[in-house]
Design a binder for this molecule. Structure first.
Ligand code: HEM
Length: 401
């Protein structure tokens, strides 16, 4: 197995600016074994796309790094929490993946997403009005609350519970970062089970008094036809809540930061709202909110010249694939008018992001209003990136309107 210790896959360097490291890997060792991650890291657009589309690269065994810790956690705390497995469509292979995904895909059709648009517009406008002040943080005031309101509405979560989710949701995603140690993984497992407890109570309430929401529809499916177990229902609710939060926050935050640093690009979008759809694809490409995802080889297989043994973990670096010059010309420049944008920010294949249409719609509404309300916004303080090499987003983005 070729060892690529010469590539420093150093978490703090990756957090600040991952792109020079990605470029070095892409050019010198596009399928590299990184010992500290116990994984192969794949950096070119074409290789990543092939792997993500190939069902021989599955999700089996990937969660093993948290498996033992979860057992330890449950040995001590098991009686406090509902029984569930940390397995959702995101971590399952067919046929379970196919069965479960088909149960929720109806909630993300273009018609459903379009019907949510007026709600997104109303809450975004009222949040923006509340922030008509001298200086404020775009992340905590707009980029975080808008997706949280939307997913809470879809899931039928009462407004009063919304803020509790932020911390739990932030902690759950720590386990998506392969460089995190035991302490963070334990935090993630605990937050996962706390969310499971919360949803267990919500499901009990909604089973008695169903609402017009996704949780109530899924309870109905659990209770008729045997297609969904209670534990699968819990995992699904947690996945939707977590997946709908931080990712979209990061799209809005990273996108606005890119615009503020490239004024001429901001001017293009300010002067022509029909350019926004393409601009959002460029924001997704340029600073992918999710930088990587994993698969494992179900057979011994070659990727390029490198043979990967059955069961080995493979990390596809989406953020690197998006900056591969073989996919996009001049990939390190931010160009909202870029033609034929190629990006893997929503992944590819059977796990392609279910919430992509929702995230795109939310971003369109938010940027439309942000650019109208703050056409001359300026960065007031140099922002810091969050300490997570998988979820790329800013801790805060303070602007002067
Ligand atoms: C900009 C925002 C978003 C980004 C960048 C994003 C990114 C991703 C990525 C990369 C995956 C696939 C991971 C893999 O292949 O292993 C994924 C899956 C998923 N996303 Fe998103 N996501 C976003 C927003 C959302 C929203 C708003 C929701 C819904 C509430 C959502 C729900 C899901 C679900 C349910 C899956 C699992 C699909 C499956 O495994 O079949 N996402 N997302």
């Amino acid at each position: 197995m070729p060892d690529n210790d010469q590539f420093e896959f150093n978490p703090s360097m990756l957090v600040n600016d991952p792109y020079p490291i990605y470029r070095a890997l892409r050019e010198a060792s596009p399928v590299a074994y990184i010992d500290s991650l116990k994984s192969y890291v794949v950096t070119r657009y074409e290789d990543c796309t092939k792997i993500l589309k190939d069902i021989n690269f599955g999700k089996q065994r990937i969660t093993l790094n948290t498996h033992d810790l979860e057992k330890q956690f449950l040995a001590v705390n098991g009686d406090k929490y509902p029984q569930t497995e940390e397995k959702s469509i995101l971590t399952l292979d067919p046929p379970d993946h196919t069965r479960l995904r088909s149960l929720v895909s109806r909630a993300f059709t273009p018609r459903v997403i379009e019907s949510l648009k007026p709600f997104v517009r109303t809450i975004t406008s009222s949040i923006i009005e509340m922030n008509a002040v001298r200086q404020f943080d775009v992340i905590s005031s707009i980029a975080a609350p808008v997706p949280a309101y939307v997913i809470a509405k879809m899931m039928g979560v009462p407004d009063s519970d919304r803020d509790n989710f932020k911390k739990m949701s932030d902690d759950v995603i720590l386990s998506l970062d392969p460089s995190k140690g035991k302490e963070d993984l334990m935090k993630s497992i605990k937050a996962y089970y706390e969310l499971a407890s919360y949803f267990n109570r919500l499901i009990e309430l909604k089973a008695k008094e169903p609402g017009d929401d996704l949780t109530s529809s899924l309870i109905k499916i659990r209770d008729t036809g045997g297609k969904l177990s209670h534990s699968e229902l819990l995992s699904m609710c947690i996945l939707l809540l977590v997946a709908g939060h931080e990712t979209t926050t990061n799209l809005i935050g990273n996108g606005f930061y890119a615009l503020l640093r490239h004024r001429e690009q901001m001017d293009i979008l300010k002067n022509d709202s029909s350019a926004l759809k393409n601009g959002i694809e460029e924001m997704l490409r340029y600073e992918s909110p999710v930088q990587m995802t994993s698969r494992s080889a179900s057979e011994n297989v070659f990727v390029g010249d490198i043979e990967i043994n059955k069961g080995r973990r493979i990390i596809t670096l989406l953020g690197s694939a998006n900056r591969d010059p073989a996919a996009n010309d001049d990939p390190d420049s931010f160009n909202v008018e870029r033609k034929n944008i190629k990006h893997l920010s929503f992944s590819e294949g059977i796990h392609f992001c279910l919430g992509a249409p929702l995230a795109r719609m939310e971003a369109e509404v938010v940027f439309d209003l942000l650019l109208l309300k703050y056409p001359d916004a300026k960065i007031a303080a140099e922002p810091k990136w969050k300490e997570n090499i998988t979820m790329r987003g800013l801790e805060s983005l303070v602007i002067k309107p």
